[in-house]
Design a binder for this molecule. Structure first.
Ligand code: GTB
Length: 216
């Protein structure tokens, strides 16, 4: 059955791979599933047809036969459960990998994403510097704990899993920042994720969308 996901017609990140369709593309590449992409304008994302798939009018979504999903984490979990390569077979190891998926999305991503939003939307507010300091402190606390847990391991819990896929996806937004560079093991972890052939295929595919939109 054909898998169709949705993505920005023209991503505001200009093809840097930071929009959340990237993690879904990466997961599909890891498990070797072909997929199609329906590109959406910001206007189309808020229209009834898309709202029926994604109640908040966002990307990404996932359709396969009569199954329609939204939320990038739920989509990656579904892909990991349906296909081999992203979740361990051992039940306890699988539960731990899923725990890391939640940790990436619920514990590590929020201050990182809020900081990114603040730098775009709140820059002119009188309290901007204070807010930025607070968010950067929060990020630094999370990274310090994550770095300590990762230690000198390649991945968070044994073999590469959907937990690593989401954690690397979340940390990529900090690439090149002091906050990430303060932890060489985390920078190396992100680089290991980016070096995976599946990541590269996914990255190139989303970049091709931006390039086509800019030249077309
Ligand atoms: N929790 C949902 C999920 O994980 O699927 C969140 C989905 C979400 O935030 N989607 C964003 C969206 O559709 C795109 S990814 N936004 C449009 C809207 O809400 O109207 C977030 C994002 C946007 C832009 C950049 N960027 O430019 O760097 C990066 C990430």
């Amino acid at each position: 059955m054909t898998i169709t996901i949705t993505a920005f017609e023209r991503s505001p990140d200009r093809g840097k791979g930071l929009a959340r369709d990237m993690r879904v593309r990466w997961a599909l590449e890891e498990v070797g599933q072909p997929y199609e992409v329906r590109l959406l304008s910001f206007k189309a994302m808020k229209e009834a047809a898309h709202l029926a798939l994604q109640p908040f009018g966002q990307i990404p979504t996932y359709e396969e036969g009569d199954l329609a999903l939204f939320e990038s984490g739920a989509i990656v979990l579904h892909i990991g459960e349906r296909h081999g390569g992203l979740l361990p077979d051992d039940a306890n190891a699988r539960a731990r990998a899923i725990t890391w998926m939640f940790a990436a999305l619920n514990t590590v991503e929020p201050p990182i994403f809020d900081r990114a939003l603040a730098t775009i939307l709140e820059r002119d507010e009188p309290w901007y510097d204070q807010r930025l300091r607070f968010l950067e402190d929060s990020i630094r606390k999370r990274l310090a704990h994550l770095s300590r847990r990762l230690g000198d391991a390649d991945w968070l819990d044994g073999a590469f899993s959907a937990g690593d896929l989401l954690m690397v996806s979340v940390l990529l937004r900090l690439k090149g920042s002091d906050m990430l560079d303060e932890h060489p093991n985390l920078s190396a972890y992100v680089a290991r994720g980016e070096a995976r052939p599946a990541y590269k295929r996914a990255f190139d595919a989303q970049l091709a969308v931006f390039t086509a939109a800019s030249t077309g």
